[in-house]
Each structure stands twice: as structure tokens, then as C-alpha cells.
Design a protein around this ligand. Sequence first.
Ligand SMILES: O=C(O)CCC(=O)C(=O)O
Ligand SMILES: [Fe+2]
Length: 200
Amino acid sequence: MSLRDEEIQSLGEQGWFTRASFLGEANARALHAEAKARVEAGLLRPAGIRRGADHSLNRDIRGDFITWVKPEEQGSALSRLRDAYAALGETLSTEAYLGLGRFDLQLAWYPGSGERYARHFDAFPGQSNRRVTAIYYLNPDWVPAHGGLLRLYLEGGTVDVEPTLDRLLVFLSERIEHEVLPAHGPRLALTAWFYGRNAG
Ligand SMILES: O=C(O)CCC(=O)C(=O)O
Ligand SMILES: [Fe+2]
């Protein structure tokens, strides 16, 4: 894969870019079916943020359900996405000089009863080797009333990204604070966190 000039420029200047169509509709629909099957098989667990000494989950801060996606069968749509993310990481390293290494892949599902994920960073300078966050959205039936927009907090104000089928969003994990607004329809995404090349 290759990055467009405006994507490299946006990443360098603003710390993010989005591409409305990443793998094409047929691939996106196949991925949606595989992701949904994992949800329906009961493989996802409440994410949440640990709250104090009792370690209970604060679902008001983070209401999604997640599972880590391990390397999967060749030929599956998920393995094609993993390959596409690997190619994205290499391209970001060569064309945007980001020096990325391996990545973790997570499937996240918001059932759609108003769950959200409060404003946060994915990484803090010096505390983590997470360098780049890439999110691929899988919501074929999304309409504005479903909400679940990803709000980015930028220097000049906020930008809201629609979690529509086949959309890719890429941002610098340490630089872009963001928030998932309440989801009133089912919301699926596959997120990759890329680590620095020298990370353990
Ligand atoms: O799904 C999204 O749009 C963002 C999720 C998120 O911020 C996270 O998992 O850290
Ligand atoms: Fe995040």
C-alpha cells in the first residue's frame, strides 16, 4: 500500500488522517461477518477501566466489549486485515519515518445502548511504546442517529469521525486525545496499536 501526499501531510502536521475506503466494500463486509461471529460466539469481555482498590470496572468511562485478535487462519478476512495493517506499518515507517515495529490487534464492540469511551490518550510520552493507533470501522448500517462518533481533540478544536464501514483512521497515540461519543447502534471496530521498532 502507499500513502497519499495529503495523508502524509495531515499526519505530520495534525497528527492524524482518515481514509473513507481502505479495503473495499466486499472485504469490509466479509470482515464485518467474521467480527460479528466472534461477538455472537461470546468471545468478547467488558473492557472498562479499573476503579480503585476493589478493581471493579467503571463502565461509565468505557462501555465497550473487547477481545485480542491473535494471528488467524490464512485466507480469512481477518488475516487479510492483519496483512493490510502490517503493510500500513511498513509504509508509515518508510514514508512517514515513524520507525514502527509490531502491533497488537483488538476487536471492540459497543452494543448500542449509549456506551461510550471517555476522553483519553492511548499512550503517554515516556510511559509506553505505543506510537500509532489505526482503527478500521465495520458498521454497514451506520446512520447519524447511531452516534458513536470518534471525537478528536486537536489544537484548533474538535473533529468528529463517522465510524462507517471500511473507514480507516490513523493517529499518533501520544499526541491525539480522543473520545467515543455514546453509541446508539451496534458499533464494531478493529484497532491496531503499533509499537516502536525497539520495543520489547
Ligand atoms: O473505536 C474507536 O473509535 C476508538 C476506541 C479507542 O479510543 C480505544 O480503544 O482506545
Ligand atoms: Fe483510544
